[in-house]
Design a protein around this ligand. Structure first.
Ligand SMILES: Cc1cc2nc3c(=O)[nH]c(=O)nc-3n(C[C@H](O)[C@H](O)[C@H](O)COP(=O)(O)OP(=O)(O)OC[C@H]3O[C@@H](n4cnc5c(N)ncnc54)[C@H](O)[C@@H]3O)c2cc1C
Length: 273
């Protein structure tokens, strides 16, 4: 299929983007890497009447080390993440996204805004307590990843909002584990653990409509439990949905194993309780 007809605007600035989005009153879409939006348009699952291309906006493509965090501009590509060394967890997660062509075009902010339940970066965002800088018609605001993801491909962002950067705190210890049917496929289950200010977060992706914290598993660790105990708790607290890629029971078993591996990678919960 081909996309429905649309107008194309090449935005030169953040202000122009927000103004075109506001004028279109919900009918416009931002075009970043196009790796999710364009296939959806081709299938006519998305039919924006205006595409606002942000790729030529200056100064949105930097990866900056800030105080205890790494700030990633809206036009930073997945491949840029794999190449940087400031945030090793981000580098590792980005390696699991699709294939070279997708990583070369797809953007970090695009992945966060798109909110695919099986995507890697929303899981990392929630695990590290990331925040997005969002500019809309009423100005700039900071939105925490905890308040961002509300459903499959659904966020709390408004139609007129542009994410200009995402700030990912640097964990003192971290682990990443993913299970996919083939290399480059979307994850069946992703587990990310991150230690920040001595508190450990465990987040699972691919097991429901949004990435979710395994808070019971986190509590097990906080009480001195082992990684194995935490993995068992994580498997019990989630309510995975089954589909043709894997049953709910299969996902639950894989989730436990991914949590175990992520915690082993972080060196967390490896001693005796
Ligand atoms: C074959 C294939 C395999 C893939 N495999 C994976 C995978 O394994 N893991 C994974 O995570 N992803 C995967 N992807 C998706 C890829 O990561 C996308 O790059 C990403 O989801 C969206 O980023 P984008 O820059 O391409 O956004 P676009 O496709 O341009 O936009 C996606 C959505 O986000 C909005 N948007 C984009 N940028 C902004 C912004 N700055 N502010 C506000 N809204 C914005 C757009 O309006 C649109 O609604 C795959 C894609 C393909 C085609």
């Amino acid at each position: 299929m081909k996309p429905a007809a649309f107008d194309y605007v090449r935005a030169g600035s953040v202000e122009e983007t927000v103004s075109v989005l506001a004028e279109a009153a919900g009918d416009a879409k931002i075009l970043a890497g196009g790796q999710s939006l364009v296939p959806m348009m081709a299938l006519r699952l998305a039919r924006p009447t205006v595409l606002v291309d942000i790729n030529r906006i200056p100064d949105l493509d930097a990866v900056r080390r800030t105080d205890g965090a790494v700030e990633v501009g809206a036009l930073v590509r997945h491949r840029d993440l794999t190449d940087q060394t400031e945030h090793p967890l981000l580098a590792e997660a980005a390696r699991w996204i699709g294939h070279t062509a997708i990583r070369t075009r797809g953007t970090v902010a695009g992945s966060i805004a798109h909110a695919d339940p099986a995507a890697e970066l929303p899981v990392v965002a929630l695990a590290t307590g990331a925040t997005a800088t969002v500019i809309g018609p009423r100005g700039t605001r900071i939105v925490a990843a905890d308040d961002l993801f509300v459903g499959p491909l659904m966020t709390t962002l408004a139609d007129e909002d542009l994410v200009t950067a995402v700030r990912f705190p640097l964990p003192s210890r971290w682990g990443f584990a993913e299970f996919a049917r083939r290399h480059g496929d979307f994850a069946l289950v992703t587990a990310v653990t991150a230690e920040l200010d001595d508190a450990v977060r465990i987040v699972l992706g691919g097991i429901g409509p949004v990435p979710r914290r395994a808070t019971a598993a986190e509590a097990v660790l906080a009480a001195g439990g082992t990684a194995g105990d935490a993995a068992d708790a994580a498997a019990q607290e989630i309510d995975p949905t089954g589909d043709l890629h894997g049953s709910a029971a299969f996902r639950r078993a894989i989730a436990a194993e991914m949590v175990r591996r992520a915690l082993a990678g972080a060196g967390i919960g490896q001693g005796r309780a």
